[in-house]
Design a protein around this ligand. Structure first.
Ligand code: FAD
Ligand code: SF4
Ligand code: SF4
Length: 487
């Protein structure tokens, strides 16, 4: 092991510099600056090169973190990039938006009293440098296999599968109902977490590698699943989850009560230069308004911080549990607070109030009761505790469920779980329909980009095994037919 490592004793944990809250409130650019080479090397050298690296165990992609940290500490960045990109199709995305505090960094075992290695920022630094230096190459198969795969959905799950299969020599067609590639990475996640250029350059690279994108093409409407099955040797469904969870309280239909994804998509589209009438007419614009966001997950955090940047008068986040029990990343809560967001913990919405148009959210105070079967304390409403928070824009951010895919695709043979996610055989990732596979949020339920990438990569392996088996079977049948004919 190099003597450059183990420097956690002398060097404190440092993140890249963060722009001041007042400055970042003014724009949608990412909030962290890039590491400079010296700081990246120093931070990477804090790793103690564990025999059993728990960071790696808790990374969904099992990234070889200790190796690329050591190579970075030694200034061998091109090799570090080779190692990091061997297990991850979008390390620059994961380095930016993985909740590292719950995954790799949260499980870094640097001795007590010292903080974890800044793994995500180093991963981003390695890959951004690789892009700058031209080390990131389009997928290039050694030979064409003469087989094709159709992929429904150009989110991280679909894109990871597309790249892996293209490398093996498949002709790849990706179908998406959006007009741009990236799924929630392009229209859901705001630019201050993930700048759009990062996704667009991946899209262009995959096109350069020969992958064909059919955009504005909705499967189930423009093309049927059966048509795709006829066109391709295998099909992958990676359509994500988009049905907003409902809040069943009075007043939910008032003007000014809007779903989170409509709100975020409008803002992202505007940032990409599109004309967005519902943002321009004020419907999906927080400028000058008192804004209340209901929910405590990543989507709610993205909404509050978008509202700040649009110039809201005030922004509050209402959540029925407390800070310690919220699903969103603590890092994002901290960033939101720095930017001026107020959190109203232990409050459950009772009604949206207003005359035709919302002017307030009535909430009830809550205390946390005994834990349920999942171990989470159940929120209990405190009687006679209602009060109203002023709001001219209320954003519902309670999470997402799958759409009804069997009906949407006219494919009743696709079976779904009680939550509406597509059922697969976990040994093969194949659905009940032969040759049709599924991956990402549509199988797991709303999850993370890194898990979608993992699923896409696994699906690619299973699809390849399936196509090989089909080809072998076809060859066997052909040989049998010849033998019969000869006899
Ligand atoms: P998606 O990214 O949803 O992509 C699915 C694609 O399928 C879309 O492009 C869609 O247009 C297309 N599609 C759907 N139906 C059809 C059809 N019938 N025909 C053709 N195309 C279709 N994860 C993180 O790791 N970190 C974060 O910080 C984070 N923040 C988030 C913030 C928000 C606001 C949201 C909503 C999610 C966030 N996530 C985050 C979760 C992450 O974005 C998802 O887990 C991930 O994108 C799922 O990938 P996927 O490929 O399964 O689906
Ligand atoms: Fe950590 Fe995510 Fe990178 Fe894995 S992919 S090392 S979990 S930031
Ligand atoms: Fe290095 Fe921490 Fe991973 Fe150990 S757990 S190998 S110290 S990053």
């Amino acid at each position: 092991m190099t003597n450059r490592m183990l420097s956690f004793v002398n060097n404190e944990k440092q993140m890249p510099d963060k722009r001041a809250a007042e400055e970042r409130r003014q724009d949608f650019r990412e909030i962290y600056d890039e590491f400079d080479p010296k700081r990246a090397e120093t931070q990477a050298s804090r790793c103690s090169q564990c025999g059993i690296p728990f960071c790696q165990v808790h990374c969904p992609l099992q990234n070889n973190i200790p190796d690329w940290l050591m190579l970075t500490a030694e200034g061998r960045l091109e090799e570090a990039y080779e190692v990091s990109s061997a297990t991850n199709n979008m390390p620059e995305v994961c380095g930016r938006i993985c909740p590292q505090d719950r995954l790799c960094e949260g499980n870094c075992v640097i001795e007590k009293g010292f903080e974890s290695v800044t793994i995500g920022s180093v991963e981003k630094y390695i890959t951004d440098t690789a892009w700058e230096k031209g080390w990131v190459k389009p997928p290039k198969p050694k030979k064409e296999l003469g087989r094709s795969v159709g992929i429904i959905g150009a989110g991280p799950g679909g894109l990871a599968a597309a790249e892996q299969l293209r490398k093996k020599g498949y002709e790849i067609h990706v179908y998406d109902r959006y007009d741009r590639v990236g799924g929630l990475m392009i229209y859901g996640i705001p630019g201050f977490k993930l700048e759009k250029e990062v996704i667009i350059r991946r899209w262009k690279l995959l096109e350069e590698g020969g992958i064909t994108f059919h955009l504005n093409c909705e499967i189930g409407k423009d093309v049927t699943l059966d048509q795709l099955r006829l066109r391709h040797d295998a099909v992958l469904i990676a359509t994500g989850v988009y049905k907003a969870r409902a809040i069943k309280v009075p007043g939910v239909g008032l003007d000014g009560v809007v779903p989170a994804l409509d709100y975020l998509t409008a803002s992202n589209r505007q940032g990409l230069g599109d004309s967005v009438p519902r943002l321009e007419d004020g419907t999906l614009n927080a400028e000058g308004k008192d804004v209340v966001v209901v929910g405590g997950g990543d989507t709610a955090m993205d909404c509050v911080r978008t509202a700040v940047r649009q110039g809201a008068k005030s922004v509050k986040c209402v959540y029925r549990r407390d800070r310690a029990n919220m699903p969103g990343s603590q890092r994002e809560v901290y960033n939101a607070e720095e930017e001026g967001v107020e959190f109203v913990w232990l409050a459950a919405p009772e009604a949206f109030v207003g005359d035709g148009k919302v002017d307030g959210v009535r909430v009830q105070r809550v205390h946390l009761g005994v834990p349920d079967s999942t171990g989470r304390q159940v929120p209990k409403v405190i009687p006679d505790s209602s009060y109203t928070i002023k709001a001219d824009l209320a954003i519902k951010a309670l999470g997402f469920d799958p759409e009804d895919v069997p009906t949407m695709f006219g494919a009743p043979d696709l079976t779904v779980s009680q939550w509406g996610t597509i059922k697969i055989d976990f040994r093969t990732m194949m659905t009940k329909v032969p040759g049709v596979f599924a991956a990402g949020d549509i199988v797991r339920g709303a999850s993370l980009v890194v898990w979608a990438i993992k699923d896409g990569r696994d699906a690619a392996e299973h699809i390849h095994a399936y196509c090989e088996a089909q080809a072998a079977e076809g060859a066997e049948k052909g040989a049998d037919a010849k033998t019969h004919a000869a006899a």
